[in-house]
Design a protein around this ligand. Sequence first.
Ligand code: IYR
Length: 242
Amino acid sequence: MLQLNLHRNIMSAAGEKNKLINGYKHSLYESTFLSEEELLKTSKQFFDHLNKRRSVREFSDREVSKEAIENIIKSASTAPSGAHKQPWTFCAISNSELKSKIREAAEVEELENYSGRMSESWLRDLAPLGTTMEKPFLEAAPWLIVIFKKVYEFDETGAKHNNYYVNESVGIACGMLITAIHNAGLVTLTHTPSPMNFLTKVLGRPSNERPYLLMPVGYAKNPAYVPDIERKELDEISQFYE
Ligand code: IYR
């Protein structure tokens, strides 16, 4: 079997659209080869663009179309995942009643968090960001996206199969979601009401899904203010081994 496939690989000359590798169909990767000049230009432009992203807590009531949200979710779902299981569900909510229910339940948990569950040093660390137990953005933003991680899947017989590297996979997808939101000229913040099991209930999610993050999405209020904070310098966040 293996030999046969090796033979096939040799037979399929470089550049063919499709070929079998170990018996599995593979297709040609369409790579973009940039000149060094283009590489530096595009990587710098992308950094400058992403460096403008901020977590914004004040939203405009301007609507955002469902189609834009769909494109953003599709972008996030291009993320790599353990064994390509894509262990995520993005729940997009524009329904006002549901948003109010979510706000109400989130604030119940946040009241506990801010009045005892979080340590003094945690509260001190959050003080410059101005976060409180009040979460008006959960009603003000036109959309809430709640990301669920799928810890396991059911097969056709109903048997459970665990997914792999679920936190890593969903974390990467959320990073890409944030990037897509920013790229669309919209804003978000990562809201982590804790514990957030109430989201499973409010949204009627199945037993194999666990809430992972909640992101309000919309246009920033005009004007909106964000904390005056700095990002770490390259030499603080990287180490090169050449
Ligand atoms: N989950 C709370 C507290 C909170 C925690 C961290 I770490 C933040 O960076 C911001 C907030 C909240 O969402 O308010």
